[in-house]
Design a protein. Structure first.
Length: 450
């Protein structure tokens, strides 16, 4: 856009498959002052619900999108602008954008730099990825001072103890100052660079930095005040509402459960051998790997129902249920059919760590074709899970129990794990479910085949 004093707030794109989102609620009113990190509104999709944070400072001048209404990705849903921008200028900007609520251009939805500085100067600050992130390290600058920056240009790479990824620009200009140094750690919101229009002089930038308190100033240390305790009620969060909608939709699926016991003695010994060799593999990793192989023989449990036909998915993308303090997340281990057991363990650990760190985003949650829910670590013997919408089956995994059984007339101690495959009966019938479980049982009882 031509006027950087006016920032388009657009429907974000979370994940490759997202095409639209619903504004579940506006968290700010027109006229409210916005800081970097301010939560402006909550957006909900069929996969996730989360707030949209501002990466610029300014004033929320227009709320274009309405609550409970659905808008396509990149649709214009709001306007952030400086106080001196007139209503006529905003009207002209909206008209040139394509009208209120129109689909946006190919630009990304919100700038990553703040526009609180004098006109034409934009702060580049250390981003905040996840609730627990407090600082980040600049692993490398990807462009040089004097380079032109477009919307979407990767400026630098930032690394935390959980993740490493590039920081993209969402304003156009020139990278005028690289303030942060490579391999140095800076707190969230610390000033690490300056992007400015070509017309801004070096003297103007120096004066601004001096007024700000010097280069590489630390970020805002103020913490949001804790919400007062609500002893008699607990409001449902946006993600809680999304989960509520998902499980409600699950009840529209005709579900058929089949349970089978699996002897896990050999699997326990196999895992112990891997551990002794320094290879960290969990029982759940072994179940994921076994499901990936069993699905190759019985692909309908990995299918997608669409009208009067089945979509046979080439990739085995397994969603794994991970509980947090206030929600149930299902990050996806992708391409399990092509992963070794150790690769499954590494991929599973990576997405679970992101959930625990609060950095799991839509990209990690999207694309699941089959699901696993494991409550065995809590002492649950067996249970039935709900088939997630868009999938055909979910495997509910119980705990491993030591018991005594009769074999060939003798009492024999065994370690048994019960699993329940809950399937969409429109896609997978009981016989097919049982055949899948027989193959899963064979693999886990012969773990060297994993």
């Amino acid at each position: 856009m031509s006027d950087n004093r006016i920032i388009a707030l657009t429907m974000p794109k979370w994940g490759l498959t997202m095409e639209e989102g619903t504004i579940s609620s506006w968290l700010m009113d027109e006229g409210d002052t916005i800081e970097v990190g301010s939560e402006i509104l909550e957006v909900e999709t069929d996969k996730i619900a989360q707030p949209v944070e501002s990466a610029v400072e300014g004033i929320l001048r227009r709320k274009i999108g309405e609550e409970d209404e659905e808008y396509p990705v990149k649709a214009l849903i709001g306007i952030i602008a400086a106080e001196d921008v007139t209503e006529e200028e905003i009207d002209a900007f909206i008209a040139s954008y394509g009208g209120e609520g129109a689909e946006g251009s190919d630009e990304d939805e919100a700038p990553a730099e703040t526009a609180a500085a004098p006109e034409g100067i934009y702060e580049l600050t250390m981003p905040k990825w996840g609730l627990t992130m407090e600082e980040g390290t600049i692993s490398s600058w990807l462009i040089d001072e004097g380079d032109e920056v477009e919307v979407g240009t990767e400026i630098m790479e930032v690394e935390t103890d959980k993740i490493a990824q590039p920081v993209e620009s969402t304003v156009a200009g020139v990278l005028r100052r690289k303030i942060g140094e490579e391999d140095e750690e800076y707190p969230v919101k610390a000033l690490i660079g300056i992007i400015a229009d070509a017309s801004v002089s070096d003297a103007d930038i120096d004066a601004y930095l001096a007024s700000r308190g010097g280069e590489a100033a630390s970020g805002d240390e103020e913490e949001e005040a804790a919400a007062p305790a609500q002893p008699t009620s607990k409001p449902m969060s946006a993600i809680g509402a999304a989960i509520s909608n998902t499980v409600t939709n699950s009840w529209t699926i005709p579900q058929f459960p089949v349970t089978m016991g699996i002897e896990m003695g050999a699997a326990k010994e196999f895992r112990a051998g891997l551990k002794a060799a320094g290879k960290a593999v969990s029982m759940n990793d072994m179940v994921i790997r076994a499901c990936g192989k069993a699905i190759e023989q019985y692909p309908m449990v990995n299918a997608t129902l669409g009208g009067k036909e089945y979509g046979l998915n080439a990739d085995v993308n397994i969603a794994v249920a991970v509980g947090t303090d206030d929600a149930l997340m299902m990050p996806v281990v992708k391409g399990c059919q092509a992963l070794s057991l150790e690769e499954v363990a590494s991929a599973s650990r990576a997405v679970i760590d992101k959930v625990k760190a609060g950095t799991c985003g839509p990209a990690e949650m999207a694309g699941g074709n089959f699901a696993i829910s494991n409550l065995g670590m809590l002492g649950v013997d067996s249970f039935g899970a709900l088939v997630p919408p868009g999938m055909s089956a979910i495997l509910a995994v119980g705990g491993i129990k030591d018991e005594v059984v009769v074999k060939d007339g003798e009492m024999v101690p065994v370690s048994t794990m019960k699993v329940t495959l809950v399937a969409d009966h429109r896609v997978v019938d009981g016989l097919y479910s049982a055949q899948f479980l027989v193959e899963l049982k064979r693999l886990l009882e012969n773990p060297e085949e994993l």
